[in-house]
Design a protein around this ligand. Structure first.
Ligand code: ADP
Ligand code: MG
Length: 695
């Protein structure tokens, strides 16, 4: 039977219970699914160690030798078995804590010992090693690279540890060698020098040698990225076909604002992206564009100019922000700049009262409001627009996919969509997660900005930090002090914050201090923020609620407590809150003294550069894409099985090129020789591996 149709429960060594577990834990239904579980590392079983050669605690080793003696310690449950093993030169201890009664040992019998050495009392030992009498060792056991598989606790509890998975997969090898259907066209395989699928699956599990294993990995990575790109580019092409509201006019509102109200000259980058966006808006096709610009690059103003263009053409715009603080701030900045006779602007958030809502809803429905700013309250069903033409989403990674989809559907015809993000997205990520969007980049900061000076202190040097705070406040500056907030431990974190606040109050009795955090009532939070924004308080103690978008130009110092607990992107976002005025700004990263190598790297990168793109790349390398801030939160299906967006950029470029060339010739994949791809995409849709629905 074909492996794709062979139920996993009928495979050798599986059975009902394990099949159930495999289905629940890894969504494995068939033998082919099982073969698509790839090893995460290999052990070289062709190498035999001597005891004195052991040095690496991480990988498993094998040694040939004999047992000299053994004895049990303790009784009943706490019983332990200890044996002395020798390779003829040296001795090493073997220990068993569990199943002691099942361990059968014999003297004067050569064994093959296999296991992971661990350290105990400055000596190596083996805990629960595999011992096989040499008489039973088959040539296959000590041949080439042995695969290791990640498994879950539930899998382990029914014998599906790495070895269990390996045994099942090994059992499928004879059938696999008869072949599985190829998923890629022969021309693509030839052109990119890729291994066939059957070969790749054999060699990913039981490789002949390292070079063949690499070729197998390459092929499977390419395939994985190729089908993602095929879905994304297909969607992009579909988007490009969408009819969009035509907005050709640059009219009175835009021109008057540009001539009379613009508080400063636009940067060249701002001018360019406004042109790019307007190009889409007037094209007759629906816009789906991502606007990237580092913190402080002036995206808000770009958003306003686009909204005015929409209004000039008779359409409404809504601007969504991820938090109420931000929505408020956008509303305040924009209404301060915008005379009401140019365009009307309104705010709608969770704290808008029922009484305020009714007239607002009405004004939206009859088109009196041109620009609506708000949080997700915006997407509640009762909010209806007369003619919503443009949706701008600020700091988009805070929005879930479902929430965005709701907005898409507010109209019969989808509005133009502009997604703005200040988290620079590394190219590999942009090509996958946002691969179906057009991209505009603001790569220039407004003139006169001095780069933020970043310093890293251990908390032992708190006294110098406090002295620095005093100096800055005496010069009229304001200070942010940020504490981490990690969801699992909210109570403890709030305690940290409260303690930090109390400490600051004691240290600086003459200064006024505000505090904001996510657990506060919106009203209290706004009041505290307002006092800081107006300069009534000198210090703002906060959690990461201030991470995104808050703009207080006079605040020139950002102090980040427990900086080791933040990711790079987050640190960069926080730093972006300062350096917005004319004064030299500072970011102080406070950490404990002892740091892991990774944390030290993060701090070093922050000190070394202000460039958001470099930081994002480093973040991707250090943390891996699954952890990238935002991708997790937005609920994107981010489970690559084998490719790694941090390190496989080159393969990704090729896979995207291959997918693009196929779709250019045959956008619907309807040609006979492209059926193979269409079938695979359909299959992926059925199994939920569908990247096409993310935006
Ligand atoms: P972000 O891109 O992080 O959202 P903002 O839109 O909040 O940045 O802009 C940051 C600051 O820069 C604001 O105070 C804004 O008024 C100011 N700004 C924006 N564009 C310019 C410009 N062309 N020249 C000078 N200042 C500008
Ligand atoms: Mg912003």
């Amino acid at each position: 039977m074909e492996l794709a149709h062979l139920n996993i429960g009928y495979c050798k060594g599986v059975g009902t219970k394990r099949a159930d577990t495999l289905r629940k834990e890894l969504h494995i239904e068939t033998a082919l699914d099982m073969l698509r579980v790839y090893p995460y590392k290999y052990t070289d079983r062709s190498r035999f160690y001597k005891i004195h050669e052991i040095e690496d605690e991480d990988t498993a080793v094998q040694i040939v030798g004999e047992i000299l003696e053994w004895h049990t310690i303790g009784v009943g449950k706490g019983q332990r078995l200890s044996a002395t093993f020798t390779d003829g030169l040296h001795q090493i201890e073997l220990v068993w804590f569990r199943g002691v009664q099942y361990v059968k040992l014999e003297k004067h019998t050569p064994y093959l010992l296999f296991g992971k050495p661990s350290r105990f009392n400055h000596q190596y030992n083996f805990v629960h090693p595999e011992l096989t009498p040499m008489a039973k060792v088959t040539p296959q056991m000590t041949q080439g690279l042995e695969p290791d598989y990640n498994t879950t606790d539930k899998m382990k509890s029914c014998g599906l540890n790495s070895k269990g998975v390996r045994t099942i997969i090994a059992g499928l090898m004879p059938q696999l060698k008869n072949g599985v259907p190829e998923t890629m066209g022969q021309d693509v395989l030839d052109h990119y020098h890729l291994m066939g699928l059957t070969d790749a699956l054999v060699n990913i599990h039981f490789p002949k040698d390292t070079a063949t294993m690499q070729k197998a990995r390459e092929r499977l990575k390419f395939e994985e990225l190729f089908f993602i790109q095929l879905q994304i580019l297909k969607k992009k092409k579909r988007h490009e076909q969408n009819i969009g509201f035509p907005m050709p006019t640059v009219g009175r509102r835009f021109n008057r604002f540009y001539r009379e109200c613009l508080p400063f000259e636009l940067t060249n980058a701002q001018k360019r992206v406004v042109r790019e966006i307007h190009g889409d808006m007037k094209s007759g096709h629906q816009m789906n564009r991502l606007l990237q610009g580092d913190v402080g690059s002036g995206k808000t103003l770009v958003a306003l100019l686009c909204a005015l263009l929409a209004a000039d053409n008779g359409y409404q715009t809504c601007i969504m922000a991820p938090t109420e603080i931000l929505a408020n701030q956008h509303f305040q900045t924009l209404s301060a700049m915008l005379p009401p006779d140019i365009a009307t602007i309104a705010l709608l958030t969770g704290s808008t009262t029922k009484k305020q809502r009714e007239p607002l809803h009405e004004a939206l429905r009859d088109g009196r409001i041109n620009i609506l700013i708000g949080t997700h309250a915006l997407i509640e069903d009762e909010v209806q627009f007369a003619n919503l033409g443009l949706v701008i989403i600020d700091e988009q990674h805070r929005f879930g996919v479902a929430q965005r989809a709701k907005l898409w559907n507010k109209n019969l015809q989808p509005p133009h969509i502009l997604v703005m993000t200040a988290t620079p997205i590394p190219r590999t990520l942009a090509m996958t997660v946002y691969g179906d969007l057009q991209v505009s980049i603001i790569d220039e900061l407004p003139p006169g900005r001095k780069p933020v000076h970043t310093l890293h202190y251990s908390i032992q040097r708190k006294a110098s930090v406090n002295k620095f705070i005093t100096q800055q406040i005496e010069q009229g500056r304001q200070i942010y002090v940020v504490f981490p907030l990690i969801k699992e431990n909210e109570k403890l974190d709030l305690l940290d914050l409260q303690n930090g606040f109390n400490e600051l109050c004691e240290t600086f009795p003459n200064y006024r201090i505000s505090m904001v955090h996510g657990q506060m009532k919106a009203k209290d939070k706004d009041e505290q923020m307002r006092r800081f924004v107006n300069g009534e308080t000198q210090i703002l103690v906060a959690t990461t609620v201030i991470e995104v978008g808050v703009n207080v130009p006079n605040a020139s110092v950002m102090i980040i407590e427990n900086a080791e607990r933040f990711g790079l992107s987050q640190l960069h976002q926080l730093r972006g809150r300062v350096g917005r005025g004319a004064d030299q700004s500072y970011c102080l990263l406070l950490t404990k003294l002892e740091l892991t190598a990774d944390t030290r790297k993060r701090m070093d990168i922050m000190v070394a550069t202000n460039d958001g793109f470099r930081i994002a790349e480093a973040d991707l390398q250090l943390r891996g894409p699954g952890d990238m801030e935002g991708t997790l939160q937005s609920g994107t299906p981010f489970d690559l099985k084998i490719a790694n967006l941090g390190t496989d950029g080159q393969i990704l470029e090729l896979a995207r090129k291959a997918a693009g060339e196929i779709l250019d010739k045959d956008p619907q994949l309807s040609d006979e020789f492209n059926r193979i791809y269409k079938r695979q995409l359909d299959l992926m849709r059925q199994t939920g591996e569908n990247w096409g629905e993310i935006s």
